[in-house]
Design a protein around this ligand. Structure first.
Ligand code: NAP
Length: 342
């Protein structure tokens, strides 16, 4: 039996939050989702319908979990998973700080590297851990969420997680605990450097990655990041069949060769786009400052520049303010900072 002491709260009932929280609820865990009213209404009407790329299907009825729209609902949580976008982390931290007990464990399952630190600034007495979600989840509407790719949740190792391990295994989401999560976080960030390029070109991800000009932009952004990481002595983990250092070369290959070598990378829903594109569509602030912006900060810390990623940050900021969103990928090799030019 699960009592209130091991209630799990998901702060940010969106794609990741509803999927992970829903899977935990499906195996009997007491779960509270904190999210927006519109998602609450969908769940009240349809429950959650969770599927994955391997054909798994799980249904959670509306009374199989608790839904709330404010942070107070986290007061009785033993574990909180923060799954808001990075721009909302600060507000999430503030809201949680008002109600969490000291012994509550908080895991940030967000992209980028800075979110756990941002949370820690508010949650000074709680254990705050970094987490990493390697797979993607798409919100298909009416309570349906689909995990579209493989991968295992990673989290910083901590004794406080011991009470939850079995539950995550039962939910089909085992936690791979790492003493240092930064190599995995950096590896994920390298892959996420494509999000800005996808958002700026306005094409579905599959179509974008099928075009060498756009892949070259990603390759330039990754090469720049890899050089800075090497200089900083950081070795990104290997999350893909190819080691991170080889991916830029693969991306730069001609279309015919890329299609042969990277069929896994192209095995994506033909209509799927990046969440950064969705943020621009919805007029929300994007996560560009926590992704390409992290590379710019890494460069600054080394008294160096990161012109490709700085340019991508600049273009996404302009797009957030209503600017251009159909950039082409043509990139003269001698002007890499304009990897994207119209
Ligand atoms: N989706 C993926 O496939 C994926 C994969 C790996 C990692 N990630 C990372 O995981 C994190 C979450 O991504 P996501 O795609 O799940 O985001 P998402 O779908 O936008 O979900 C976040 C939800 O939290 C809500 N929210 C924000 N602040 C709130 C508050 N104070 N109270 C209640 N609800 C609040 C948002 O509402 P509004 O939109 O109305 O603000 C949104 O519905 C991001 O860092 C992302 O980069 C995502």
């Amino acid at each position: 039996m699960h009592g209130p002491m091991n209630r799990i709260c998901i702060f940010g009932a969106g794609s990741i939050g509803c999927y992970v929280g829903g899977r935990l609820a499906a195996c009997g865990a007491p779960v509270t989702l904190i999210g927006r009213e519109r998602i609450g209404r969908e769940i009240a009407q349809h429950g959650l319908h969770l599927t994955d790329w391997q054909g798994a299907t799980l249904d959670v009825s509306p009374d199989g979990l608790r839904f709330a729209t404010t942070g107070e609902a986290a007061a009785d949580a033993a574990l909180v998973l923060v799954t808001v976008k990075s721009a909302d982390t600060d507000a999430a931290g503030q809201s949680l700080a008002r109600v969490l007990r000291d012994e509550t464990v908080v895991v940030s399952f967000q992209n980028g590297l800075d979110n756990p630190k941002q949370l820690k600034r508010h949650l000074i007495r709680q254990v705050v851990l970094a987490g990493m979600v390697p797979f993607n989840v798409v919100n298909r509407g009416r309570g349906a969420f689909r995990q579209g790719s493989e991968g295992v949740l990673e989290v910083e190792r901590h004794a406080a997680l011991a009470g939850f391990e079995t539950l995550f295994v039962a939910a089909g989401l085992p936690l791979a605990q790492q003493s240092d999560l930064r190599p995995a976080q950096w590896a994920k960030l390298l892959l996420n450097l494509n999000n800005s390029i996808n958002a700026l070109c306005g094409l579905p991800r599959k179509e974008q990655l099928s075009q060498r000009d756009y892949r070259r932009c990603v390759s330039l952004a990754q090469r720049e990041a890899l050089a800075l990481l090497e200089h900083a002595g950081i070795r990104p983990a290997r999350l893909t069949p190819l080691p991170p250092g080889w991916i830029p070369t693969l991306l730069s290959s001609p279309d015919w060769l890329f299609a042969r070598l990277a069929n896994r990378m192209l095995a994506i829903d033909p209509f799927a786009r990046s969440s950064m594109w969705e943020d621009l569509e919805a007029g929300r602030r994007t996560e560009v400052d926590w992704l390409n912006g992290e590379i710019v900060r890494l460069a600054r810390g080394q008294d160096r520049a990161a012109p490709v990623n700085a340019r991508l940050v600049e273009l996404v900021r302009a797009a957030e303010a209503g600017g251009e969103r159909n950039w082409r990928g043509a990139a003269p090799d001698d002007r890499p900072m304009t990897a994207i030019s119209n």
